[in-house]
Design a binder for this molecule. Structure first.
Ligand code: ADP
Length: 649
């Protein structure tokens, strides 16, 4: 076994690797960018070294710098985690050249699977079923369009260098092909520096089923059962589970065999995942699954496999890389109970899952579940990296019990500051159809109306308004020089209150940016606050911020602040036609010019943030005015981009 490891990653996966490494007695060496100087992974390792500025391209992705730190610190091996350099063959080669063991497969295996088109061709040859489509060399738009026609719609355009759902577009109609191709290529270039794409038949009611495989350097390869990762948004996994609902032992064996065949075909070693797409329209069937791609690294969702097998996959990675044989044979791989993982993201499901940045004002997880995280209360979610806050994993004897446990833990999680998807995740765990095993990869999109939480949580808003009032009372008492415990009269308040009836006040508030009024009634029992007739919640938690109260209730966050009549629009979704950047990012394209007439819903500009494209659309019919940005410019969150003026005719 090794004596030391450099972890070439950050966030939760760096912390998770450090945990196993420390247990195995390895000295752990962290690296960090300027944005991560105070990060959890830095503190959890035995030593830490700075590697450059915040953008990953200038720090976590700089191979020479990582090798230099590894050399200086005497690291015997480098664990790349997932993402970043984990599937970079040059990095694996650079490690080897420096005499440091790369925890991963040989560079040749990374290369063989690195490009989706080549991998598909290889798998076809090895006798593994692949999705029908075009994965050849030719890339002229007219040729690809002809191929698309032959394959038939709906279909998917995928970046051959793709990953994480980027550079991927579904096309339903022949007329929409060119636009989708352009968008896919643009995203492919910005994310991977490679515009090439392939085209695939879109499988209806698709389920994403993947096999965890492991191979050692002695010719042994096994699988560690499957995971179902069908619950996705923007083609990215949100909830993963093991085993897959509806999976039979026979089909598991067959898919496992195909996965092992795929790994052996490329001379694999270490942990890997073979992803299949299955036609879920008539249940999982032996003739209804196809190879999609192989990820030549540890996956984000590996903990569900660890839960049902009782194994530590990171430990296995170290052992195999150190030359040991696989500790188990196929027939001895356990499968106990059911595990479900939810990815908790700083993002806003109500606004197209836009990543959300900012300081975590509060962060607390309940017990009874596994939580893998790389942040803590006070950490900032920055625009530089993936906005994941944590992974939460529940394990129980049955799927129902695991889903119940996860839903309840998600609802009891306290995360305030940036928007989070906690409420959506809890709603997913409780969704009847999903629980009945009736779901596919578009489940979230199809059910957003019921999952998204719908209209504002008035009970939480009222609770927040009551907290704002209480805070104001304390301030007023202080400013009047009274002792804090002397009951103050609400009539002392001089700011913003309007008298509406004898013993009621109306307090203008903003609830998630939308103007509302809180009704405050004073009776013998004190103040009672309601919003739209709904009384303040009793089961909410208040997290105070400088100018707002963040109310957490059942996994959902409602931000309540005093409406300041003078300050104009506080939210870029406000009705005055101002278009603001929803987050830090780069303006990729401007689709309109000053003075141009636009229709409500028309696309105005595309902003790229966290390597994903977000289209900004016109909130109303009108005329474009005051364009304040140009393509290529970086913009800060809520920076004004342009205005859509109303046209009076
Ligand atoms: P990436 O490498 O970018 O994650 P994948 O090829 O793994 O891309 O696909 C990601 C997701 O897109 C899959 O999990 C699945 O939901 C969907 N998908 C991929 N290929 C198809 C297809 N041919 N038909 C339907 N859905 C697909």
């Amino acid at each position: 076994m090794f004596a030391s490891v450099l972890i070439a990653n950050r966030g939760e996966i760096a912390c998770r690797i450090a945990r196993s490494a420390a247990r195995l007695g390895l000295r752990t060496i962290a690296v960090y960018s300027q944005a991560d100087a105070g990060a959890l992974h830095v503190r959890q390792c035995d030593e830490a070294h700075p590697i450059g500025p915040a953008p990953a391209a200038e720090s976590y992705l700089v191979i020479d710098r990582l090798i230099e730190v590894a050399r200086k610190s005497g690291a015997q091996c480098i664990h790349p985690g997932y993402g970043l350099l984990s599937e970079n063959a040059e990095f694996a080669e650079a490690c080897a050249a420096a005499g440091i063991v790369f925890i991963g497969p040989p560079p040749s295996a990374i290369r063989a699977m690195g490009l989706k088109d080549r991998a598909k061709a290889l798998m076809e040859k090895a006798g593994v079923p692949v999705v029908p489509g075009y994965h050849g060399e030719r890339q002229e738009p007219a040729f690809l369009k002809q191929k698309a026609y032959e394959i038939g719609y709906p279909l998917l355009i995928k970046a051959v260098a793709g990953g994480g759902g980027k550079g991927m577009r579904r096309v339903d109609k022949h007329a929409e092909f060119e636009a989708a191709l352009e968008a896919a290529q643009r995203e492919a270039v910005s994310s991977f520096g490679d515009a090439r794409v392939l085209i695939e038949k879109y499988i209806s009611a698709p389920r994403h089923i993947e096999l965890q495989i492991f191979a050692d350097g002695h010719g042994n390869a096994i699988h560690l059962n499957e995971r179902d990762c069908s619950l996705q948004r923007r083609h990215q996994k949100v909830i993963e589970e093991a085993p897959a609902p509806g999976m039979s032992a026979e089909l598991r064996a067959a898919m496992g065999e195909a996965a092992v065949k795929a790994a052996l075909a490329v001379g694999y070693a270490g942990a890997g995942t073979v992803e299949f797409i299955a036609d879920g329209s008539k249940g999982l069937r032996p003739d209804g699954y196809w190879f999609m791609e192989m990820n030549t690294r540890l996956q984000v969702e590996h903990p569900v496999t660890e839960a049902i097998t009782g194994l530590d996959l990171v430990e296995w990675q170290f052992r195999v890389a150190a030359g040991e044989r696989l500790p188990l044979t196929q027939d001895r791989v356990p499968l106990r109970g059911h595990a479900v993982e939810a990815r908790i993201y700083a993002e806003d499901p109500a606004r197209g899952f836009l990543p959300s940045t900012g300081t975590l004002l509060a962060l607390q997880f309940p017990g009874g579940v596994r939580v893998d995280t790389g942040v803590e209360q006070g950490s900032a979610i920055t625009p530089y990296y993936d906005p994941m806050i944590a992974k939460m994993i529940a394990h129980a004897p049955t799927r129902e019990a695991a889903l119940d446990g996860l839903a309840s833990a998600l609802e009891r999680t306290i995360a305030a500051g940036p928007h989070t998807n906690l409420a959506l995740l809890a709603a997913l765990c409780r969704a009847e159809e999903f629980r009945a095993g009736q779901f596919d990869t578009s489940f979230i999109e199809r059910n957003m109306a019921t999952l998204g939480g719908g209209s504002a949580d008035y009970a939480a808003a009222a609770f927040g308004a009551a907290e704002l009032l209480a805070r104001d009372m304390v301030r007023i008492k202080r400013s009047l020089g009274r002792a804090a415990d002397v009951p103050a009269s609400p009539w002392d308040a001089t700011d913003g209150f309007q008298l509406s009836s004898a013993r009621a006040l109306r307090l203008p508030i903003l609830v998630d940016g939308a103007p509302l009024q809180a009704e405050v009634k004073y009776g013998p029992g004190g103040a009672a606050v309601a919003v739209d007739g709904v009384a303040a919640a009793l089961d909410a938690t208040a997290i105070p911020a400088a100018d707002a109260i963040h109310v957490l209730r059942q996994g959902r966050q409602t931000v309540v602040r005093r409406a300041d009549p003078g300050s104009g629009d506080l939210d870029h979704a406000s009705g005055d036609g101002q278009i603001r950047a929803p987050m830090h990012g780069k303006v990729l394209v401007l689709l309109v010019a000053d003075g141009e007439r636009v229709k409500k819903g028309q696309r105005l500009a595309i902003i790229e943030a966290m390597k994903m494209e977000h289209a900004l659309t016109a909130p109303r019919d009108g005329r474009v005015a005051g364009i304040a940005v140009a393509a290529g410019m970086q913009v800060a969150e809520s920076a004004k981009l342009m205005t859509i003026e109303a046209i009076d005719e």
